[in-house]
Structures are given as structure tokens and as C-alpha cells.
Design a protein around this ligand. Structure first.
Ligand SMILES: Cc1cc2nc3c(=O)[nH]c(=O)nc-3n(C[C@H](O)[C@H](O)[C@H](O)COP(=O)(O)OP(=O)(O)OC[C@H]3O[C@@H](n4cnc5c(N)ncnc54)[C@H](O)[C@@H]3O)c2cc1C
Length: 263
């Protein structure tokens, strides 16, 4: 094993903060410090005490790791794990096939947070059920490149498609999304992809609804009816200020809005 002397930039009560500069150094540190936590934007990690989780052990900062913050948008797109939501939003502005991703990255959280939250952290924070980025990546069929537990980048294939991202927030739910729909439609084939977020414990493709929507014209009214017919299959989560049944009740409207934009 190559031993990398990555600088320890802080130490408190035996807790180490390590700052590697390359992906190879990250892998070496993960071997040397099993259980060390990767730190990206830290917006999830910093709330560990609010979730009654302890913030102990060693931390490996990904900021400054070469190659993780690259961003390419052309035929398809590729984003390094450390690209922030703000940068995703800027890079995808005006690209109709990536509009779902643009809107997700532009509408999530707040402007200040969007400059901290990263693509990799959004994918890895799997217990955050209201992620905006993950449904958008799902409906665009993104490939997530990982190695030894490190998310390195997301690749989005080129597609002749249009897409959008709809979310409904509720003030008493701290402005978190109550229901989120990312939808894309392939222009040449009419294929429809729907990803549902914020409703269940994790975002997912809503394939039952995709298949039924594909059987007829894409209109808001039909989308609402199809969503209603499939609500029973959903397992909504309750969160402070947002009853589970409320999430279900708004899903048809959110899907109808998305359908109306792609019709
Ligand atoms: C008040 C508030 C409101 C928010 N609202 C929204 C919202 O509306 N929509 C939304 O989408 N997000 C929202 N977020 C962000 C979301 O809740 C998470 O905090 C965020 O996605 C985590 O990203 P991060 O880059 O800060 O990751 P971090 O907090 O640094 O890390 C999160 C987890 O991912 C792991 N990790 C990070 N990078 C990698 C990697 N490259 N490979 C492997 N593991 C990795 C870490 O070890 C950790 O376990 C909000 C955050 C706050 C504070």
C-alpha cells in the first residue's frame, strides 16, 4: 500500500481532519482510517446532532481533490462529485434535455446552500428523502461512477428529449418538498420517464405510471388520473409538519403540472 502523508489540518479530542489532493490519496486514507467520513459540502454532516447522530471519528475533505470538480455539458453531460448545485444550474441553463436537472439544481434549498451542496453529497446522503437532484438524475438515466465507496462523477447520456422538474413545498414543513416529480419525454419515440421524490423514503422511478402514461396522449388530466390510480402502491413518509397522507394527496397535481409542461 502507498502511504500518503496527506496533511492533517485539524485535530480535536483525537478527531482528525485530512485533506487529500488526489483521488489516489483519498483511497489510501480510506484504507488507513477505516470508518473515516468523506466530507463534501458538509450540509448533511453538519446536521448530524439534529438527527441524534454523533459526529465522531476522522474526516476526509474532498474539497481540493483534483478532478472531482469538473463539469462538461455538450452531447450529454458529465459532472464531478464536488460540483455544487449552483454550478450544475449555471452549466445546464438553456439545455432543454437537461432542464429537469437545471430546475432541480436551481430550486433546491436556498441560494447560499446551493453554493455548498454537491452532486456527490446529494447522491450519498441516502437518508435525505427530499433530494431534488436524485429524481432529476433518475429521469435522465444518469450513470453514477463510483470506486471504493467514493462517488466520482455522474454521466448523463445524450438524448433527444425534453424534461422538467416540479416540486411542491409547504411552509409548515420547513419549505422542504412535499412531493417532487422529474419527468422526461424522448422526442423521437415518445418514451416517458417519471421519477418521484420526497414522497417515499427514497426517490425512485415510478415505472408503473411511466408504462400507463405511454399508452395514450400526455395531458395533465390523464397524468392526474394515472397518478391517482397508482397512489395505493406508494409508501409515503411522515415528517415534522408534513403528514404522510398530505404527500399522497398532492402527487397527482404535481405529476399533472409536469405533464402539462412536456405535453
Ligand atoms: C436547511 C437545508 C435545506 C435543504 N434543502 C434541500 C432541498 O430542498 N433539496 C435538496 O436536494 N437538498 C437540500 N438540502 C441538502 C441535503 O439535505 C443534503 O444536506 C445534501 O444533499 C448533502 O450534500 P453535501 O455536499 O453537503 O454532502 P455532505 O454533507 O458533505 O455529505 C453527505 C454524505 O455523503 C457522503 N459523501 C459526500 N460526498 C461523497 C462522495 N463523493 N462519495 C461518497 N460519499 C460522499 C458523506 O460522507 C456523507 O455521508 C438542504 C440542506 C439544508 C442544510
Amino acid at each position: 500500500m502507498t502511504v500518503v502523508m496527506a496533511p492533517v489540518i485539524g485535530s480535536l479530542h483525537g478527531l482528525r481532519v485530512l485533506r487529500p489532493t488526489s483521488v489516489a490519496e483519498v483511497f489510501d486514507l480510506l484504507e488507513r482510517y477505516p470508518g473515516a467520513q468523506l466530507v463534501a459540502g458538509a450540509t448533511w454532516l453538519m446536521r448530524a446532532p439534529m438527527r441524534a447522530e454523533s459526529l465522531e471519528g476522522d474526516f476526509i475533505l474532498l474539497a481540493g481533490v483534483a478532478g472531482l470538480d469538473t463539469c462538461t455539458v455538450g452531447d450529454g453531460a458529465e459532472f464531478g462529485a464536488m460540483v455544487t448545485l449552483h454550478r450544475v444550474a449555471v452549466a445546464t441553463a438553456g439545455v432543454s434535455s437537461l432542464r429537469a436537472l437545471h430546475e432541480a439544481a436551481s430550486k433546491a434549498a436556498t441560494p447560499a446552500l446551493r453554493r455548498m451542496i454537491t452532486l456527490g453529497g446529494s447522491i450519498a446522503a441516502t437518508s435525505f428523502h427530499a433530494s431534488d437532484l436524485v429524481p432529476a438524475l433518475l429521469c435522465l438515466e444518469a450513470e453514477i461512477v463510483t470506486d471504493r465507496g467514493l462517488i466520482i462523477r455522474a454521466r448523463i447520456p445524450a438524448a433527444d428529449s425534453v424534461s422538467c422538474h416540479e416540486r411542491l413545498t409547504w411552509r409548515s414543513g420547513n419549505e422542504y418538498s412535499v412531493a417532487t416529480v422529474s419527468m422526461s419525454r424522448v422526442t423521437s419515440t415518445g418514451e416517458i420517464r417519471v421519477a418521484l421524490g420526497s414522497v417515499e423514503s427514497a426517490p425512485r422511478r415510478w415505472t408503473e405510471v411511466e408504462q400507463e402514461l405511454a399508452q395514450g396522449p400526455l395531458t395533465p388530466k390523464r397524468a392526474e388520473e394515472v397518478a391517482r390510480a397508482h397512489l395505493e402502491g406508494l409508501r409515503p413518509v411522515a415528517a415534522p409538519g408534513i403528514p404522510a397522507e398530505y404527500r399522497l394527496s398532492v402527487v397527482p397535481t404535481v405529476l399533472a403540472r409536469a405533464a402539462g409542461r412536456l405535453a
